[in-house]
Design a protein around this ligand. Structure first.
Ligand SMILES: [Zn+2]
Length: 366
């Protein structure tokens, strides 16, 4: 019955409605006879809660619905500074759950004004990631599929130029910090208004062995600093430990490929994701999926080594899933796969191999 109602509904036009229906696709529908109203239905402990919200409710409406649905919010009190094989979950959720991760900027929120000097920073609080959250039933050999639904940033972020940080760090003689205003659509840097494009710098699962600092990317994900990890994209992460153990942080309101000075617009943010267990989808390292492309992400000590690992994952995918010969897959990649530099500044360097979805007969799920 509810399904029939949903099918007959018009697409919402108001952006707040769009956001609510993305966050709660099973709970919302739009009645064409009552334009401007959102109908919301949620079953909770055998009670059905129904609500009608006006378009004008906007962010407040979203927060209200989040609370009604008891969407789990992981507060920034739960942070890790390394992804470790032995870390313990702060919460366990069922596959298909929506979770909000409240994240702190990469400097631990310590730079609040441009006079903040770097030697005043507590470096033990740098590069926090919020979590980890276990996904019930996830076992080594599965993958997690993390749909990135929404990234709501703080109203300001921080940029840095620091001696020996980034690819021209040897040219920086004195450090400087800049507080950058983040608006609804733009980020203001000096006289320039840049598009606001929030992305997740650090996202990953528990590694196979040992412990990887949050500032370092590796096969488990971590500090990949890849600008395609943004709202509307999904990321598949390998599960190496029971529950997978998902954590994330280091949002950048803007960043270009390379992250040349070692920083994006570093900001705190609330990240809303829906997380699924994908049984038996054994991947070696992360895959990003967007409407247009599938991207294999790899990190290594050199760009060449990272590029080789990323390309191998795409070629192997084409061999295994599309049944191409190795040589055909390899040649196809030379024609249609763009090799992009994600970042050049972390302890390992990150490259992504980008295959347009049009070359897959069965595009990967977003
Ligand atoms: Zn960062």
């Amino acid at each position: 019955m509810a399904g029939e109602q949903r099918e007959s509904c018009k697409q919402p036009t108001h952006s707040a409605f769009g956001k609510i229906s993305t966050l709660f696709p099973k709970h919302t529908h739009f009645d064409p006879s009552e334009q401007g109203m959102l109908h919301f239905e949620h079953e909770y402990n055998h009670y059905t809660i129904t609500a009608r919200l006006a378009a004008t409710s906007g962010a407040l409406g979203c927060e209200f619905l989040r609370r009604m649905c008891a969407v789990l919010k992981i507060s920034q009190d739960h942070v890790i500074y390394a992804f470790s094989a032995a870390m313990a979950a702060v919460a366990t959720v069922e596959s298909g759950s929506t979770v909000v991760f409240e994240t702190v900027d990469a400097l631990g929120g310590q730079v609040t004004h441009e006079g903040t000097t770097l030697d005043s920073l507590d470096f033990s609080r740098v590069n926090p990631a919020t979590g980890p959250v276990a996904i019930a039933g996830a076992q080594p050999g599965d993958a997690l599929l993390v749909e990135i639904l929404d990234i709501v940033t703080a109203d300001h972020g921080v940029m840095l130029a620091v001696p020996n940080l980034g690819i021209l760090g040897d040219r920086v003689s004195t450090p400087s910090t800049k507080v950058v205003a983040i608006g609804g659509q733009t980020v203001t840097f000096n006289q320039w208004s840049l598009p606001k494009q929030p992305m997740i710098g650090v996202i990953g699962t528990a590694p196979q062995t040992g412990s990887v600092p949050c500032g370092t990317p590796s096969d488990h994900g971590g500090n990949m600093d890849t600008k395609d990890i943004r709202a509307g994209a999904s990321i598949y992460l390998p599960v190496f430990q029971p529950g997978g153990l998902l954590a994330m942080g280091d949002v950048h309101a803007a960043m270009a490929d390379g992250e040349v000075c070692g920083a994006g617009v570093e900001c705190s943010a609330d990240i809303t994701v829906r997380v699924h267990r994908v049984p038996g989808f054994a991947i070696q390292r992360p895959l990003i999926v967007t409407q247009e492309a599938m991207m294999a992400v790899a990190s290594a000590e050199t760009i060449e080594a990272a590029a080789k690992m990323a390309l191998e994952q795409i070629v192997q995918f084409l061999v295994d899933k599309e049944h191409l010969s190795f040589n055909d897959a390899y040649m196809l990649c030379s024609l249609v796969v763009d090799m992009r530099i994600s970042q050049l500044v972390d302890p390992l360097l990150t490259v992504r191999a980008v295959l347009p979805q049009t070359y897959l007969t069965a595009p990967l799920h977003l």
